[in-house]
Structure formats: structure tokens, C-alpha cells
Design a binder for this molecule. Structure first.
Ligand code: ATP
Ligand code: MG
Ligand code: MG
Ligand code: MG
Length: 560
């Protein structure tokens, strides 16, 4: 079907919504792609739905290419499995919760590790049934604290989540490798400028988790990037770890004696680090009690937390000795969706290495893995300082620091979920084997906004061809003959398999139509204008702005 603007539910807006801060938020609303239904909850209008579908199609094709099998699980889920793994508590306020008429507890799925584990436990009985990769493209729910960047951070959003099930560690490594390759293909095809960064610190070893980051000013992640070699890491992963032996040399922190909320500057001065420093999860003792405060990127909110902890109380840095004989002190789990995971060790991932944190994303202590029982502390977290120009750990060149949007995340989960649900299959020798898992997410709806962030210009959206809502935007400048020619060209393009949007609206000035075409951002604009009578049209490249007058036949030959 030729998409005729005269018949589409599409209204472009001159002004952006007052609360819109990011370019994608402003432009996607102004160009009529999405419409806010409530905070962090979005309606996808016809143009937006097309772009979302294009992203979905590419993701699906590449997931199918690595043997992924698409399924669809519910979004409305019993709460119980999330209690089994401790994630109900870990997610805290992020979890949308509800009760049915009988009072049974439900959640709206924020991610589906638990449920997939149960599905496979139900369906797979023998090692012959594995390995298997399952995925879905589905609506997820997270009650984000500040859903203020449009569809970049929704409270309802689309995610592709995949899960791999293997019987051996080598199998898991291979499933992880397959996903990594597929993600590289996906983000390349989508037209992203992106980096694959380590999401866990080197001390945890290797590639247990990596993120795909799209550099953009609107991003909420800070990452370090080496201009010389291929080292890149999320600053969440760049932590300075001080061996317990050196802890004593560090000494306690002085009381920060201020009646006011400390600013980053006062805090930095107090800690003796530059104000430009990135302060990461800082484990402190307040009145002798170990507690954690985090400053992951967002300064205002976490400063509030810092104020709570730092203003009136005695504050010291925690050392490994503080944990001795106190298995109750720190509990945590390396969760794929848990921001704090780099700081909490899963001993099965890296035996002997422990990362300790006090707080996770929801500000509550996570459960499940218990210090002293499940792992030993041999290091403690220091205040982490990463500054532009700091030496790259791999080649020594000066590091650059940038902002980015997390568009994908791949993770070797190991046996955490299989343990929680006793997911075993019969092995070759007839004995049960515990299954090992990976989980792999892509923010499908976020990808639309992230692409908009990276590609938009002053005039508006400017889509890479594969995701654009059409290949060609045909503009009929206004007169009847121009509209007739525009529709004829649109039909011929459509017959040749080109996706066409045609602006055949009556009573809309050519100027408004041109501005709208720039705003909507289809890669090629074809204008049936001044010289339509002679069979001459204008072709314009949306990105470069280059224009050329051509006969209709030449223009069609060019575009088909
Ligand atoms: P973030 O750090 O941005 O909060 P996350 O690490 O919590 O993301 P994951 O649990 O790793 O997210 O989920 C997999 C992917 O889902 C992310 O890489 C991201 O692209 C996407 N995603 C996560 N939260 C949202 C959201 N609120 N809105 C849109 N997409 C999201
Ligand atoms: Mg999150
Ligand atoms: Mg994240
Ligand atoms: Mg993540």
C-alpha cells in the first residue's frame, strides 16, 4: 500500500512537548510517531509503528539466523517465581505489582529469566534437548523512577529477550558468542554507531557480560573509551579495587561535617578527589553500620542519598576486616538486570573474587548470595575515580569519557536460575546435569529513540534506510496536476517494491509539506513541483540536502 498522508492518522506539531528534554522525545512527538499516554507509557502511531516493526524484523531475522526459536510468554506473571530467586525484593519499587480478584499476587514482567527457566524445566528432559535458544519480542514493565526521556526510558517498553540453555560451560560460551555476533549484525544493520563494552570489571574476568552502547549526549550511561585500542567499558565496570592487605593504609574517612546537602564538589573535596571524578558505589560505615551509597551517573538523586548518609553521621570507608565473621552484612546476587551486579560477586562466575556493595538500583539490599557463606571477601571497594586522560588499562593511551545509551546487554548467567528452580536434564551417563544459562536483551523501542538521537539534525528525524517508515517521501506541491503526477509516481514506485509515503494532502501549503518531509525524515524526498507539467521532478537526499532535477523516468530508474 502506498501510504497517503491525506488518509493517515498523522498530525505534525510545530512545538515540542514542554517537558521534553531529549531530541528523540521532541522529534518523535512532533513528527507524529508516538504519543504519550501517561508517564513513560507510549502509543505508537502509524509512522512510529512502522519504524518499530522494521527494528523488530531485523532483530528477528538475526535471532532466527543463530537458531533462536521465537516464543511468546505472558507479561502478566505470578509473583512467586520472582520470590524464589529473590528478585521481587531486588527489583523493589521497579516492579509493577497487582493482585487478582482472589487476592493472588501478580507482577508485570520486567524481564523473564524465571519464567523461561520454568518453561525449559517443563519441556526439556534430556541433554539431547539442549542446547536451545529461546527468544521473544514483548512488552516489559518497569516502574522507572524518572521516565523522562520519552521512549528511551519507558515504564512500558518493547524488549527482545533471549535465553540460552546449555549443559556445559563451553556450550554457554558458544551460545554467548553466537548472540554477540548476532548483536553486532543487528546494530550494524540498524545503522547504529555503537561500542561493545565490558559491563563487568576485569577483575571478574573475561566476557561474562557486555553491553552495547550507542554514544549520544542524551545517554544515561557513562563509558570510557580508548582512542588507540579497542578497550571500552561502562564506568559501572571500572572500579578501583584495593586488596585487603592495603586497606589499612587507606585509613578511615573523616566526618563530613556539613548541615547542608553536600554537593558533588564538597563531597569530592572531602574525599580528596577531583570534582570531575565519577564517584561510584561507595561503601561506608554510618554510626558503625555498613551501608552503601551510589552515584551512578545521576547526580541529583543520589546526592540525596549521600546527604542522608553523610551529613550527620560518622562516615568511614569499609575494609575487608569489617566483613569478617559477619555473613549477615552483605547479601547480593549478580543479576542481569541489577545495576549493582559488578559490585557483587557470583562466586560461580569468578571464584575467589568478591565485589561488595551496599545498595542496588532500587536502593535495597539484594538477597540470595551471602558473604561468608557463598563467597569470601578479599577486596573492598574504593571510591572510583575515572577522569578523561586516565591511562587505558590495556595500552596506556589517554582514556576518553562519553555518554551513551544502553541498547543491548548480553550476559552469562551461569547456574543461578537453574539452581533456583532445580533445572536439570539427564546427561549422557544417565545422571542429572544442571543446566547453565545466558540472557540477552535488546531494547527494541529504545533502539528507535536511540537511532533518532544519533541521526537527527536541525530539520528533524533522518532515518537510516532499513528502519525508515518509507524509502521515498513523494511531495505533491499543491496543484491538481502535481498531485496527479505524485500519485502516479507513488504507484509506480510501489509496484517496483519501493516503500512510499506520499503527501497528497489538499489545502496544505508546499512550504508546510517540505518542512514536514524534513521533520519526518524519510531518506529520499521526491517533489512533484514547479516543473511537473514538463514531467520533471526534484529528488532530494534528506541527509546531505543534495537536490537534482530529473525526468520522471530517470527519477524512477534511480529509485528502483
Ligand atoms: P538501564 O541501565 O538503561 O536502566 P538495564 O540495564 O536496566 O537498562 P536490562 O535489564 O539490561 O536494562 O534490559 C535489556 C535492555 O532493555 C537494555 O539494554 C535496554 O536497551 C532496554 N531497556 C531497559 N530498561 C528500559 C526502559 N525503561 N525503557 C526502554 N528500554 C529499556
Ligand atoms: Mg534499568
Ligand atoms: Mg544498565
Ligand atoms: Mg543492562
Amino acid at each position: 500500500m502506498v501510504q497517503r498522508m491525506s488518509r493517515m492518522l498523522l498530525k505534525t506539531l510545530r512545538d515540542a512537548p514542554a517537558d521534553a528534554e531529549t531530541a528523540s522525545h521532541k522529534l518523535l512527538v512532533r513528527a507524529g510517531y508516538v504519543r504519550r499516554t501517561s508517564a513513560g507509557v507510549w502509543t505508537w502511531l502509524p509512522l512510529g509503528k512502522r519504524v518499530l516493526e522494521n527494528v523488530t524484523r531485523i532483530v528477528r531475522e538475526e535471532m532466527d539466523a543463530i537458531g533462536g526459536q521465537e516464543v511468546l510468554l505472558p507479561a502478566l506473571l505470578p509473583r512467586e517465581p520472582y520470590e524464589v530467586t529473590g528478585r521481587a525484593g531486588e527489583y523493589g519499587d521497579l516492579l509493577f505489582q497487582l493482585k487478582d480478584r482472589k487476592g493472588a499476587d501478580y507482577v508485570l514482567g520486567p524481564t523473564h529469566e524465571e519464567i523461561f527457566t520454568q518453561v525449559v524445566k517443563d519441556q526439556a528432559t534430556s541433554y539431547k534437548d539442549l542446547p536451545v535458544i529461546l527468544y521473544q519480542i514483548q512488552t516489559k514493565y518497569r516502574d522507572e523512577a524518572r521516565p523522562r526521556s520519552g521512549v528511551l526510558r519507558g515504564r512500558e517498553f518493547q524488549m527482545k529477550d533471549a535465553y540460552s540453555f546449555d549443559t556445559t560451560d563451553e556450550g554457554l560460551a558458544e551460545s554467548y558468542r553466537l548472540h554477540r555476533e548476532a548483536y553486532i549484525k543487528i546494530f550494524t544493520r540498524l545503522g547504529f554507531d555503537y561500542r561493545v563494552v565490558s559491563a563487568v570489571s576485569g577483575a571478574m574476568g573475561g566476557s561474562a557480560s557486555e553491553e552495547f552502547l550507542a554514544p549520544a549526549a542524551a545517554g544515561e550511561d557513562t563509558f570510557v573509551d580508548c582512542p588507540k585500542c579497542d578497550y571500552a567499558a561502562n564506568t559501572e565496570a571500572v572500579t578501583t579495587v584495593v586488596p585487603a592487605a592495603d586497606a589499612a593504609a587507606h585509613g578511615p574517612l573523616e566526618l563530613l561535617d556539613t548541615p547542608d546537602t553536600p554537593t558533588i564538589e564538597t563531597l569530592a573535596a572531602h574525599l580528596g578527589v577531583p570534582a570531575s571524578a565519577t564517584l561510584k558505589n561507595l561503601l561506608v560505615k554510618v554510626d558503625g553500620e555498613i551501608t552503601g551509597v551510589g552515584v551512578p551517573g545521576d547526580r541529583e538523586v543520589d546526592l540525596g542519598k549521600l546527604a542522608e548518609h553523610l551529613a550527620p553521621a560518622e562516615v568511614e570507608l569499609v575494609t575487608a576486616e569489617d566483613f569478617e565473621g559477619r555473613p549477615d552484612l552483605v547479601r547480593g546476587y549478580v543479576g542481569p538486570q541489577n545495576r549493582a551486579f559488578p559490585y557483587i560477586a557470583d562466586p560461580r562466575v569468578a571464584p575467589g573474587t568478591a565485589w561488595i556493595t551496599g545498595a542496588n538500583e532500587s536502593g535495597k539490599h539484594a538477597r540470595d548470595v551471602v558473604c561468608g557463606r557463598d563467597f569470601e571477601v578479599d577486596r573492598y571497594l574504593d571510591v572510583v575515580v575515572v577522569e578523561p586522560g586516565d591511562p587505558c588499562p590495556e595500552c596506556g593511551a589517554g582514556l576518553e569519557i562519553g555518554r551513551a545509551i544502553e541498547i543491548g546487554h548480553i550476559f552469562q548467567l551461569g547456574r543461578k536460575y537453574a539452581d533456583a528452580f532445580q533445572l536439570d536434564v539427564l546427561g549422557q551417563n544417565g545422571k542429572p546435569v544442571r543446566v547453565t544459562m545466558g540472557s540477552y536483551g535488546i531494547g527494541v523501542s529504545r533502539a528507535v529513540a536511540a537511532l533518532a538521537e544519533q541521526t537527527a539534525d536541525e530539520q528533524g528525524l533522518c532515518w537510516p534506510r532499513e528502519v525508515a517508515p518509507a524509502d521515498v517521501h513523494v511531495v505533491a506541491a499543491g496543484k491538481a496536476a502535481q498531485t496527479e503526477l505524485a500519485l502516479e509516481i507513488a504507484d509506480r514506485l510501489h509496484a517496483a517494491g519501493v516503500r512510499v509515503l506520499v503527501d497528497d494532502r489538499a489545502g496544505v501549503s508546499p512550504g508546510v509539506k517540505f518542512t514536514d518531509a524534513e521533520l519526518i525524515g524519510v531518506p529520499t524526498i521526491l517533489v512533484a513541483g514547479r516543473r511537473a507539467g514538463e514531467g520533471v521532478v526534484e529528488l532530494k537526499d534528506r541527509r546531505t540536502g543534495e537536490r537534482e532535477e530529473l525526468t520522471v523516468d530517470k527519477a524512477l530508474a534511480r529509485l528502483t
